[in-house]
Design a protein around this ligand. Structure first.
Ligand code: DAS
Length: 363
């Protein structure tokens, strides 16, 4: 067709071809190929919980409804991704174990290695979300998004927060902007880095916070907005690999408080703990009645990490104790429950204190 004739092509005819193209796009499902493929791995928790009435927001039962029901309850998911569900566990997350973590981590890595999986959402109880998220942050071997999500109110409650949290998490997991950010936690329209987030309230929908180090960004209208990157290594940049691991070394946490004694510490050591996280008062201070027991444990080969029960701030090496002399490790800004995860993985790689300390300054 000559250039002149194309220029004169009736606008009505061009509108017809545009409408026809749009119709074909919808009918052939071509739009589905433009949406990301997101796997939803369900593990239980309040997001899957049910209560006796719509006003039951405490005293409900967690881990009751399955992943298919979670997905069916939010048909809007189809707007942002092609989703598939898999019920990995059905537990309240206070019962999460090292074995659950290894199973989940291996499943996540297997799925992310598939070219037809663009991202993963993990629905999870809120009690240990921060721990599972940090564990995965250290062992996932992909740059694809992994987003943990849960709910502070059961699915049967008035203004249940699970559906919108799930929609947001799927939108983030399918977003190219979330690639390479490490494992993320999505709650209450906010996006948090796995390393720095913690649950800060027993029951309110805004329980997840990253108080001083700051959240990663927000999710609004089905689109994530990131304002920070994390300074610490994660996922593909870590030295940890669980592919051939079937167990993690036993590490326990001793909680510090006025009048504490070495009884708990001694019990953990007697039970075979390979490492102890001392969640000390203040900057990880060691009570006079407990310090000798920690020193004795170290001499017998148990690794000691000084952390703090405080929640924010740097646990300074050689601050409240001479870590160089005692051969202890300082937890930096990791809270005790996350320090435990890093020490467990560190002990799968080394028995050298200086190497373990390097890891606490790296991850
Ligand atoms: N028991 C809590 C848990 O499973 C319920 C929740 O808040 O998700 O972590």
């Amino acid at each position: 067709m000559s250039k002149l004739r194309i220029a004169n092509l009736s606008p009505h005819l061009s509108h017809f071809f545009l409408a026809l193209a749009a119709l074909l796009f919808v009918l052939t499902g071509a739009h589905a190929q433009t949406r990301p493929n997101v796997m939803i791995l369900a593990t239980g928790g309040t997001i899957a919980g049910t209560g006796a009435t719509s006003t039951t927001t405490v005293g409900y039962t967690a881990a009751k409804i399955g992943v298919d029901q979670l997905i069916a309850a939010v048909p809007e998911l189809a707007k942002v991704a092609n989703v598939k569900g898999e019920q990995v566990f059905q537990i309240a997350s206070e019962s999460m174990t090292n074995e659950h973590w290894l199973t989940l981590g291996k499943r996540v890595n297997a799925l992310l290695a598939q070219s037809d999986v663009d991202g993963i959402v993990i629905t999870h109880g809120t009690d240990t979300t921060e721990e599972t998220a940090y564990f995965l942050n250290l062992v996932v071997k992909s740059r694809k998004p992994v987003v943990l999500v849960g709910a502070m109110r059961p699915s049967t409650a008035l203004s249940a927060d699970g559906p919108i949290n799930l929609y947001n998490a799927v939108a983030i997991a399918g977003s190219r902007d979330a690639v390479g950010k490490g494992v993320l936690v999505a709650f209450n329209d906010q996006i948090h880095f796995a390393r720095d987030v913690s649950k800060t309230n027993t029951s309110t929908p805004d329980a997840f916070k990253t108080p001083e180090l700051g959240l990663a960004g927000y999710i609004q209208g089905g689109k994530p907005f990131f304002y920070r990157t994390t300074a610490r290594k994660h996922t593909v940049d870590t030295e940890f690999d669980i592919a051939n691991l079937n167990a993690l070394p036993q590490v326990d946490i001793v909680y510090g408080y006025a009048n504490m004694s070495p009884v708990a510490l001694d019990a953990f050591i007697a039970a075979g703990a390979k490492g102890i996280i001392h969640a000390g008062v203040g900057n990880g201070s060691l009570a006079a009645r407990v310090k000798p027991a920690l020193i004795a444990a170290r001499k017998k080969g148990t690794f000691i990490v000084r952390a703090s029960r405080v929640g924010q701030g740097i646990l300074a090496r050689n601050g409240e104790a001479n870590d160089d002399e005692l051969d202890f490790v300082a937890a930096d800004t990791l809270n005790p429950q996350k320090a435990r995860i890093l020490l467990m993985l560190a002990l799968t790689k080394t028995n050298n204190t200086a190497e373990i300390q390097r890891m606490f300054y790296t991850y």
